[in-house]
Design a protein around this ligand. Sequence first.
Ligand SMILES: Cc1cc2nc3c(=O)[nH]c(=O)nc-3n(C[C@H](O)[C@H](O)[C@H](O)COP(=O)(O)O)c2cc1C
Length: 166
Amino acid sequence: MSDSIPDLFKRLTQGLYLIGVADGEERNAFTAAWVMQVSFDPMLLALSINPEHSSFALLEKGGAFSVNVLKSDQLDLAEAYGKPGAPEDFGAPDWSAGEFGLPLRNDALAWFECKAKYIAPAGDHNLVTGEVVGGKILDADATPLTYADTGDMDGAAALFPKSFGG
Ligand SMILES: Cc1cc2nc3c(=O)[nH]c(=O)nc-3n(C[C@H](O)[C@H](O)[C@H](O)COP(=O)(O)O)c2cc1C
């Protein structure tokens, strides 16, 4: 059994999502694993986003983001939106526009609409806390895709330090 740092981090159970952002007519979506609930009242989710992503500028300008929960058979979508050159058409039939014009995926398991509340630097990412202002389950019987299902699709293995404290 491997005891490398990337393998260790893969033991954190995480889901897989398409994060939608919008500023007026400009829209984008990207794949993310680093999403979690952080409060009941108000209902808050947190997202960790690399500030170099083009989506981050849109998120800051638009002040909102959507979280589209992927299903276990949507690995192709995770791959398509997890690298540069992702599809730029956010129209029907695949997408609808929610509150703030956020891209909502029509074949997702579920989605949330969040109004950004706090943005804080967190190492090489930014932690964005969003208040959940809307949401819907689209396929109650579907199994969610998990980050572990994606193997090394994001190339994360190369991004960790080689040792603790290193
Ligand atoms: C499986 C997987 C998980 C990812 N998780 C995150 C994440 O949690 N946060 C993040 O900022 N980027 C994450 N990424 C990287 C972005 O999806 C990727 O860099 C994307 O191209 C950014 O899009 P943009 O530059 O159009 O905004 C992940 C990629 C993959 C394939």
